[in-house]
Design a protein around this ligand. Sequence first.
Ligand SMILES: Nc1ncnc2c1ncn2[C@@H]1O[C@H](COP(=O)(O)OP(=O)(O)OP(=O)(O)O)[C@@H](O)[C@H]1O
Length: 819
Amino acid sequence: MTVPLSPSQHDSLAVDDGCSSVRVAVRARPLVEKELVENCSECVSYSECGKQVIIGAERRFTFDHVFGAATSQEDVYTNCVKPLVESCCAGYNATVLAYGQTGSGKTFTMGCGNNVSLLKEDLGILPRAIRQLYECVEERSNQAEFLIKCAYVEIYNEEIKDLLHPDTPSKSISIREDAKGDIVLAGVKEEVVTNFENMIRLLEHGSMFRTTGSTLMNQHSSRSHAIFTIIVEQRSILDSASNEVITAKFHLVDLAGSERVKRTGAVGMRFKESVTINCGLLALGNVISALGDERKRCQHVPYRESKLTRMLQDSLGGNSRTCMIACISTADTNFEETLNTLKYANRARNIRNKPVINRDPQSILLNHLRQEIRALQLELLNSRIRNAGLDLASGPQDLFLTRADTSMEVTAELNTLRLKSRESEHECLKLKDDIQGLQSLVNNLQEEMLILRTERNHYQLKLDEVNSELAALMQEMPRWEGVMDISPMVKDHLLIRMKRAMGETDNEGPGFESSGSSLSSLDRPASSDAATRSERNPSFPTVRETARECSNSWPSSQPKEDHSVALMPEMVYTPFTADAKGANCNSPDRTSGSNRNINQNLRTIRDLEERLALKESDVKFKEETLKEATEDLARDERIFAEKMKEIKTLKKLARDLTNERETLMQKAEKNSAMISQMSVEALAKEDELARLRMSIEILQSGRPDAFNINSACVPGVPVEVAKPKGENCDVHVDRIESPDEVKCNAMDNTSDAVDTAAEAPVEDLSEKLKVKEEEERLLSPRKAFEEQQHFEEDVCTQSRELRRSKQKGNFLTKCLMGL
Ligand SMILES: Nc1ncnc2c1ncn2[C@@H]1O[C@H](COP(=O)(O)OP(=O)(O)OP(=O)(O)O)[C@@H](O)[C@H]1O
């Protein structure tokens, strides 16, 4: 049945209060061939609204999406994953998680490539997501530059394997938390991929290395949890000044299926895999419970319980938009597993994530600093212009700008360093918190270990008591020999126990191999404890001593009736035969009482052994966790120390830069004053040059009326000029070579003289000019010509320089305005 899709299902990424719930979809697979052959019937139905699944008589579960057995891959993808790919392109982390019992269709749903054997409509989530991602990149290529990377790992038997680089040893891969608190896989190489085809090739290549195996439930059963991660980095190109980088991670997870060993028929290696798979899923369940249960929400979330949960830390309760697809089988033979999956998935619906756009803090900082620098540069320029009263378009500004820029750079650098230092301080605080958390974890673990050790000692004591009781009973054994019939099996067993208690190896007893493992745990603590006890009280016989005595006093070999003794732990004493009863009628009650005692004691021993083994494995696990936590703590402390060192260096650098900045600011102040002075001088020189050029033009024109305007420039004619400020100014003109070619040799106060020369009496000047002309006629016209040329060249050079500096000034002004 295909469940109709409602439009509301498309809003699968609804976010409120910055939080977004984990979306959960259920997908039922159709009955497979094996189930059809077995005549299985369907035990699952769906409600009309398309959001409820009903299992059995009336157990209803509500989910965000419910996909019936006939739902196409396309529908599952469109509803569950498409929005996640879109949000990943927008900078949000995303996760798709396929969960379910073995053979329920997780790998089918996720897909692991684009095989030619696959029909297009059967393509799973992975190839579809990769295609959509590249389409999205293509669409946005005019807005941003994209860099896409991928990594593919599997968690097999609690070890992480890099499927894209299978040669990487698992030991070199570890799960770490980076400075931002994101989970990263150190040691896993990410591949940069530029197109759909290449990424599919990598996916298929990695999938080839994934561990699969055949079980009774699924011929191609995945024996590991596989995580394909796509990393999307984008840099906006719309705003060239903004170099903001956004990075999003997309995890596509195909979990291994939960399974019952009885049904999968897993033995040996498969059995071990099965145990680790179930442990990982149990840890995931614990995390889901801790996050989903409102009462537990503030408590510790056991992410560190398994590698799977640690890797999915961001996806469950963290910075990610997550969708879980719970795959179920509708066959009634899988009723219990399906019910469990639905319960598991239902809990996941309560998890609240906090997705945010992953902006690179460095680029944010850089942008912020750039804006600040621009603002400061403008402000500084404005204030300088105001102070110097300069027109930006005139005058050489390069020196001024260089200094100002240097000062700006230093300020910017200083700000960057300050921010970095602040950031490192935050990081240090965070690390401190982490260290405290770890410290309390270690303390808790130590406490737990202490309790466990006490418990172990307690059991050990009990075991010793039982052992000594047993030893006492064994001492009595020879006495019963004559009076009752004890099964040779029992004797054999007791002999083996005694020998083992004495630390001897005895493989003769047919029950040795089966009971060996359980007995060995008894052997070790008994002997060590016996040693300590004999130290305490040498008169008290140890189990070993008593046992040795017994074994010596016993007949060495008893006829062995059969080899059923292999079931030693379950063995009981054989009942008395009628004859034996007759023969031993002197104390039948006492004998049966002792038998009962021995049986009871054996049971107690077995019980204690099991409990002890359990406790020991518990202690071992705790010790490992403690070791890991201690290592983490040491690492964090190392990082913390490094950070502190870095902060110190940064602070010192910041201090140095502040000093340098101060010095530069002072220098810049001085230079700006100098520049202002120079600018004023340059303006005066320009004026002077303009006037000189005008004078030359007038003199070159040789028009007598020109002297009315500027006769003060007549060469060699000392002029008494009018005094604008009540002062006399003399202009000395050397000589006139010809009426048209003159050399002007203006002395001090030239500009004033030129300004006031217009007011000199024209008659006087004409007369003087005539005299001069007479004199000049006598001089060589050639020389005058040469001098004139010389002078013109000088003027041209000066005006060229002036033009160049003007251009420079204009250029710099434009640059400044541009900035
Ligand atoms: N929706 C479906 N439509 C048709 N066939 C399906 C569907 N889902 C699963 N199957 C078939 O069911 C079988 C088991 O599926 P699959 O291998 O994906 O299960 P699994 O959950 O990944 O198992 P495991 O956990 O053991 O790896 C496969 O033969 C697959 O083709």
